[in-house]
Ligand binder design. Structure first.
Ligand SMILES: Cc1ncc(C[n+]2csc(CCOP(=O)(O)OP(=O)(O)O)c2C)c(N)n1
Ligand SMILES: [Mg+2]
Length: 382
């Protein structure tokens, strides 16, 4: 084991931090070098992506409140973990998201409208996973951990048989996103067992936002989630997920080792969900104002902005430019949502099988009948 590796392992229960809560740089023997030479353009890009995501989130929440969406899943507070990690990967690395990775999706070029079409149920999915190397959102907790391991197994197999598919690279890293609560699912265990047994190129990325709806992390796990990796025989690291530089550096480090053939790795990003679990949730029922306030002081965007300004990298002109871009994205999104055509429900049934299928036809007929029942109500005053 190299000195650098052992230092990483020793540090694994203390989250890696490069940027203190006060916005001052904290040196780290292993990880500082990953951000030391980043250009101003890259550093400003991280800021821009975080700000745009936050504005997008506010707009989506408002649209839900105004009845335009059935549900929204806010990601506010988790911008640094998501942007830092995705920025450290290559565009050819495949991402298997949960349902909260909006900053990652936007970073990959999936538009706000495409994301919204999914939540408005105006599309069956919303985007082409092949085009963005970014899979569809997965509502079934942890199911994507199995998909990620399966995908990685396919890559490994294709490399060994020399049959790598178009657009794929031999050193691809597969990102399996998980929430803290999702780690209690059996699927994660199976995925990690297979990833370890076959030494698959999977980076497990857990956003520990401290809550699984109303269940606190301490109920889900008596030990840091990163420690679980050791039980499967691979390395896990905790990172301050509200520190975009640390999130970037740790992901870069882990991805480099995976590309070099290390097998799977795990990153636990310690962060916080500032908003509700979804717009259907009321977090005041299960968490205290003091807790929320304490995390507000660790805000990932404010902290990073402070550092960029102190370094003379960020000026008011760029701040205004990004704010204007974010406002424009929000305005365009609002227009696009109002113009979205409702999904053709018949297609939902017609695209299940290539050939007509009796069971599906029965279900389609049931829905038609059900909808016809509403037609009779027309004109009736309630
Ligand atoms: C298999 C399964 N069981 C239960 C649910 C209901 N559910 C949706 S989100 C959630 C909590 C997930 O918490 P976590 O993994 O920490 O992710 P977070 O929402 O905090 O990002 C639960 C229990 C589900 N979607 N899928
Ligand atoms: Mg959670």
């Amino acid at each position: 084991m190299s000195a650098a590796q052992s230092e990483v392992q020793l540090a694994s229960s203390v989250p890696v931090q490069l940027l203190g809560v006060d916005g001052a740089l904290v040196g780290h023997p292993v990880f500082s070098r990953y951000v030391a030479d980043l250009s101003d353009e890259v550093l400003l890009g991280l800021y821009r992506h975080m700000v745009v995501e936050r504005r997008f989130d506010v707009e989506a929440t408002s649209l839900q409140r105004q009845g335009e969406l059935a549900l929204w899943v806010p990601a506010s507070g988790q911008e640094a973990a998501q942007v830092g990690t995705i920025a450290a990967l290559e565009s050819t690395d495949r991402v298997f998201p949960t349902y909260r990775e909006h900053a990652m999706a936007l970073y990959r070029g999936i538009s706000a409208e495409q994301l919204m079409a999914t939540f408005r149920a105006a599309k069956h999915t919303g985007w082409d996973p092949g085009k963005f190397n970014f899979n569809w959102y997965s509502i079934v907790l942890a199911s994507q951990a199995l998909h990620a391991a399966g995908w990685a197994m396919g890559i490994k197999q294709d490399v060994s048989t020399g049959a790598l598919g178009e657009g794929r690279t031999a050193d691809e890293v597969v990102l399996a996103c998980l929430g803290d609560g999702a780690t209690s699912q059996g699927d994660v265990h199976e995925s990690m067992v297979f990833a370890s047994s076959y030494q698959l190129p999977v980076l497990y990325f857990i956003q520990n936002n401290h809550w699984a709806i109303s269940v606190p992390l301490k109920t889900q796990s008596r030990a840091p989630l990163a420690h679980r990796a050791a039980g499967y025989g691979f390395e896990g690291i905790r990172v301050d997920g509200n520190d975009v530089l640390a999130s970037y550096a740790v992901a870069k480090h882990m991805a480099a080792q995976i590309r070099a053939g290390s097998g799977p790795k795990l990153v636990e990003a310690v962060t916080y969900r500032m908003g509700a679990h979804t717009t259907a949730d009321d977090p005041t029922k299960y968490r205290t104002d003091e807790e929320v306030e304490s995390w507000k002081r660790r805000d990932p965007v404010a902290r990073y902005r402070k550092w960029l300004e102190a370094e003379g990298i960020l000026d008011q002109q760029f701040v205004d430019q990004v704010d204007a871009e974010a406002a424009q994205l929000a305005a365009d999104l609002r227009t696009a949502v109002h113009e979205m055509e409702p999904v053709d429900l018949e297609r939902v049934f017609d695209t299940v099988y290539a050939e007509p299928h009796r069971q599906v036809q029965v279900e389609k007929a049931w829905l038609k009948d059900y909808e016809a029942g509403f037609a009779e109500d027309q004109g009736v005053e309630f």
